[in-house]
Structure formats: structure tokens, C-alpha cells
Design a protein around this ligand. Structure first.
Ligand code: FE2
Length: 427
């Protein structure tokens, strides 16, 4: 007897009328029109069944702090960083945990069941680290939360010398933070930036950890930290375990140089996370017109065989007043900014918030194959493109075969190009 049988589902790869059988929290069969006894049977009615959404880049220590202690009036990165500096001394562990847990509730409702969050380690109390380690323990039954030790103010830029923030970062790793972070473009000099990449990659290699750096999150066409990150990845044998986040400088780089850089990145099996909602709002702010978009070169990186995910980065925090934990909103923005409107590119945008970030996080048992965890989301859409177009309702969210969240279907005819049925038009 099966625990759960989902029938008549469309899958992201285009297969239709598929059945997925679940026993003991695992997928035990995937086949067309399976007939077997099960405790619970769900007729998907041709709707899309997807593995859960995964966010490869987030800041859970800052989320839902909008308005604390004041709002970002200009909406710029620099005012956001200043605001975070004002907020940090006011943070309490209890309030931080409460906000992070509230966000995790939003995430589950949206079928977002794995998140890689950076956590600022520059506070010597490591208050946010302790808080997010506690959140990680509490949400473990329903969200895979991976933490990155992130030296927001610069790994080597501590007022008391280079060991100050590096020491905090190492203590955060000692306490159980999973991944080594960095921010080389924010160090005092280009040379210090390169040195930080070297030291942080060496630290990850020593400890057998993954790396995920905010790297070249600027409009500077001459920034070269991506190159250094690829070099150190290869030198230290970290291939496939290092992620460059943002890489917005690549948008502005000389095309000839990029034609050398992308193959170097591919050779090092560097992984990339673009953050379209944030990159399109924060980059190009020194431009008049034409105004650069600032997102990294997603289609070109994908064409080189590099894993590129789209991250949410921020939700209602000092840097971004918007956001809702909806990875389909993230995919929709990425699709538009990168002009990924071909049929295959639109599907790549769906992958960029599901299977690709799962690979970057190194999630075990992710997917809709036999033997994978029975984690999936039933969407009110027929395929990935429609899911992105409608930011489709998450009808049901399952983890290990158990229902975690459900939302009533939107009574709309938008699938056929009509208006929402619950809306009255006074024409
Ligand atoms: Fe970030």
C-alpha cells in the first residue's frame, strides 16, 4: 500500500498524465497512469507538479526588518548598507528569530523549501549567527536552510586589522555555519580583494567546505575578482564547490575580456547566482542614459555549461522594500532582464529557481525521480512558462510525502487569457 499517489500530473520536463507514487517519504515510482492502492490519492488534473523552489541567495538576518529603524528613502545600495549599520546594534536575537521564522512561513506557503542564506559575521557577538543557527534547527523538519558566513563589511577590513572579521568568520564556521562567504569588491583595494578570495578559498579547502562569495557586485568593468575566484577554485581543487554571487561587473566588462573569462569559469566549474530583482534596481545607479541593467551575462554563462541560478537576495529589508518569497517572481524578473524569451530559455528560468540552485546547494535526494525525497509542489499552471507568467498559485506543497501547505485555486480564467472570475467589471 502506497502512502500517496499523485495522478494525472504534468512535469516540468514536459511529460504529461504522469503518476508519482510515494512510500515512507520517498518517490518509489514515476510512470504514466499508474493504478495502485494508496492511503491518499490526488488527481492533479493535468496541472504542473514541480520539485520545490530553491533560493540559492538570501539574507535571512535582515529580512522583514523594513522600517527598522527607518526606511531606505533613496532605495540605493549605499543607503541600504548605512541603514544595516544603524540597525545592527539594535538587533536582538529574539526579534531576529521571530522575523526569520515568519519568513520561513511565507516560504513554505510559496513552495520554497530550501534556502541558502548569508549571515553577517562582522558583529563580534555573532548574534545573527546564533539566531540563524537556532532558526536552522527549528525549521529543519520543513526547510533545508544552509548558512554562509558573510563578512558584510569586508573580510580584511576590520577597524582592528585583518584578523578581526576573519576571526569572527572562523568562529561562525566553528559553530556550524556551512559555507565560506566573502565580498572582495568591498575590500579596501583590488589587491586586498584578491587576497581575501585567496584566504577564504584556502579556509574552505582546509575545512572541506563550499564557498559562496558576493563577487564583483558593482558596475566596474575592470573588477577582476571573478577571475581570481575561478583561479583559486582550480588551484585548490574546489571545482564544483564554489559559487560566485551577483557578478554584476560582468555586465559592464569588455566583450573580449569576457570571451576569456567565461571559459576560465567553466573550467573551474564555478557556479553562478544572479539576483535579478536586486541587480535591476541597484546597478547602473551612476549612469544617466543609456542606463545599464547590471545583471550578469546569464544566457552566455548557461551556453558555456555553467550552472546559473536566480536568487531572491532580499525581502523587505534595508536594501529592498519589496518581495514576498515568491521564486516565480524572481524567475519572471530574470527572464525579462536577460531577455530570455525563447521557449527553451523560459524553461531555463524555471530551472534557475528549482533544479539548478538545488545542484548549487548540493541538496541530496532532490528531484522527481525514483529514490528522491517526496518533496513537490502542485501548481495551478499547465507548464513552467505558464507558472512564471501567472506566478501560479501553489495549490499544495508536500515534503517527504506530507502536506505542508495548501492554497485554494484562483478562480480565474487567466489560463485562457481571460480576466479573474472573482473580479466584477463595471464597464
Ligand atoms: Fe546578497
Amino acid at each position: 500500500m502506497l502512502d500517496l499517489l499523485v495522478k494525472n500530473a504534468s512535469l516540468p520536463d514536459g511529460r504529461q498524465r504522469m503518476s508519482i507514487a510515494v512510500r515512507d517519504g520517498l518517490i518509489v515510482e514515476v510512470s504514466p497512469s499508474l493504478a495502485a492502492a494508496a492511503q491518499q490519492v490526488i488527481d492533479a488534473q493535468g496541472q504542473l507538479l514541480s520539485p520545490p523552489f530553491v533560493d540559492a541567495h538570501f539574507h535571512m538576518d535582515a529580512t522583514l526588518s523594513y522600517g527598522l529603524p527607518r526606511v531606505n528613502q533613496s532605495g540605493t545600495l549605499l543607503e541600504g548598507i548605512a541603514l544595516w549599520g544603524e540597525l545592527k546594534p539594535l538587533l536582538t536575537q529574539e526579534a531576529l528569530i521571530e522575523r526569520a521564522l515568519a519568513y520561513c512561513d511565507w516560504a513554505v506557503a510559496k513552495g520554497l523549501l530550501a534556502i541558502r542564506s548569508h549571515v553577517d559575521v562582522c558583529d563580534p557577538r555573532l548574534l545573527a549567527v546564533e539566531a540563524l543557527l537556532e532558526v536552522k534547527r527549528r525549521v529543519a523538519p520543513y526547510i533545508d536552510l544552509q548558512l554562509v558566513a558573510f563578512p558584510q563589511d569586508g573580510a580584511l577590513r576590520g577597524a582592528q586589522g585583518p584578523e578581526q572579521h576573519m576571526g569572527n568568520l572562523k568562529r561562525a564556521l566553528d559553530r556550524g555555519v556551512d559555507v565560506v562567504g566573502g565580498i572582495p569588491h568591498f575590500e579596501r583595494t583590488m589587491a586586498d580583494g584578491a587576497l581575501s578570495v585567496k584566504l577564504l578559498c584556502e579556509l574552505a579547502a582546509e575545512r572541506g567546505l563550499r564557498v559562496d562569495m558576493h563577487c564583483d557586485e558593482s558596475d566596474d568593468p575592470l573588477s577582476r575578482h571573478v577571475e581570481t575566484l575561478a583561479f583559486e577554485t582550480q588551484r585548490l581543487g574546489l571545482q564544483g564547490r564554489v559559487t560566485g554571487s551577483h557578478l554584476t561587473s560582468m555586465h559592464s566588462m569588455d566583450n573580449y575580456y569576457v570571451s576569456k573569462l567565461i571559459p576560465l569559469m567553466a573550467e573551474a566549474q564555478l557556479q553562478v547566482v544572479a539576483n535579478p530583482l536586486i541587480n535591476i534596481t541597484l546597478q547602473g545607479r551612476h549612469d544617466t542614459y543609456p542606463k545599464r541593467r547590471g545583471m550578469t551575462r546569464v544566457p552566455e554563462l548557461l551556453a558555456a555549461g555553467i550552472n546559473v541560478a536566480f536568487g531572491h537576495d532580499c525581502v523587505m529589508d534595508p536594501w529592498y522594500s519589496l518581495g514576498s518569497g515568491d521564486m516565480l517572481e524572481v524567475a519572471q524578473m530574470g527572464l525579462h532582464v536577460a531577455q530570455m524569451t525563447s521557449q527553451s530559455a523560459m524553461r531555463q528560468c524555471f530551472d534557475a529557481v528549482t533544479v539548478t540552485p538545488a545542484r548549487i546547494l548540493g541538496l541530496q535526494g532532490y528531484g522527481l525521480e525514483v529514490g528522491c525525497n517526496a518533496d513537490f509542489v502542485l501548481l495551478q499552471a499547465r507548464d513552467p512558462v505558464e507558472a512564471i507568467r501567472l506566478r501560479a498559485t501553489r495549490l499544495q506543497v508536500f515534503r517527504r510525502g506530507k502536506l505542508l501547505a495548501q492554497t485554494p485555486a484562483a478562480t480565474s480564467q487567466l489560463h485562457l487569457g481571460g480576466r479573474p472570475a472573482q473580479t466584477s467589471l463595471m464597464l
